[in-house]
Design a protein around this ligand. Structure first.
Ligand code: BG6
Ligand code: MG
Length: 214
């Protein structure tokens, strides 16, 4: 029986994923590196520096570690510029009713996001303070598909992995959650992932009883 639900942030609770794409595309264009939406799919759920490494696979010159740090910082500045537009209206459909339903059912909730901008996004969307625990990119060494972030979130909830359900929109996230020994509800870009125990277009298309019965 599920006792805790652990949510990814980008693409599950808020659609910041388009802003990530625009930030990377702007960086790639300024460096003359080929980048497109298909390559961007591989960055979903992956940490900032690992995302940069994927983008640099198409680079024609080699960059030193300090140059890479500077590029990642530039992308983050572009991204944070776009994040200024985010308001509570950008919380995805179904999120607030699901959080309310889980609260009524006495189910604990947590965030497990690779993003180091997680606190800013939670603040700007009004979601801060609505979760029993938050684990984000500032608290981990190994990003998804490593299970570390999910295990940290469960530990912060005081729950064993087997009673946790993870909601994910990234292939790397589904892999990490399953490796942590948790159940998965795959949504959005991961909605066709056959490895997940439950699949839905988004949180607006699944009920709390369905989530708890996996
Ligand atoms: C994840 C996104 O949530 O956070 C990735 O899906 C992103 O695309 C990662 O690279 C790290 O985000 P940030 O905000 O720390 O650069
Ligand atoms: Mg995501």
């Amino acid at each position: 029986m599920i006792q805790g639900v652990i949510f990814d942030l980008d693409g599950v609770l808020v659609s910041t994923d388009e802003f990530h794409y625009l930030g990377w595309q702007r960086l790639a264009d300024s460096e003359g590196i080929y980048f497109d939406r298909r390559i961007n799919e591989r960055l979903r759920g992956v940490s900032r520096m690992e995302s940069l490494a994927i983008l640099l696979e198409r680079a024609t010159k080699t960059y030193s570690p300090p140059e890479k740090e500077a590029m990642a910082a530039r992308k983050n500045a572009y991204y944070r510029e776009l994040l200024q537009q985010i308001t509570p209206r950008d919380v995805l459909p179904g999120v607030l009713p699901v959080l309310e339903g889980l609260k009524v059912a006495g189910i604990k909730t947590a965030i497990a996001s690779s993003s180091r901008n997680c606190p800013l996004i939670l603040e700007r969307t009004g979601l801060a303070g609505r979760f029993d625990a938050v684990a984000d990119g500032n608290h981990i060494t190994n990003s998804k598909p490593d299970p570390e972030i999910f295990l940290l979130a469960a530990r912060r909830l005081g729950l064993p992995a087997q009673v946790c359900l993870v909601v994910e929109d990234a292939e790397a996230g589904v892999t990490g959650a399953l490796a942590a020994g948790m159940k998965v509800l795959a949504v959005g870009f991961a909605a066709a992932d056959a490895r997940a125990q439950l699949r839905a277009k988004g949180l607006g298309d699944v009920s709390v009883p369905q989530m708890l019965a996996v």
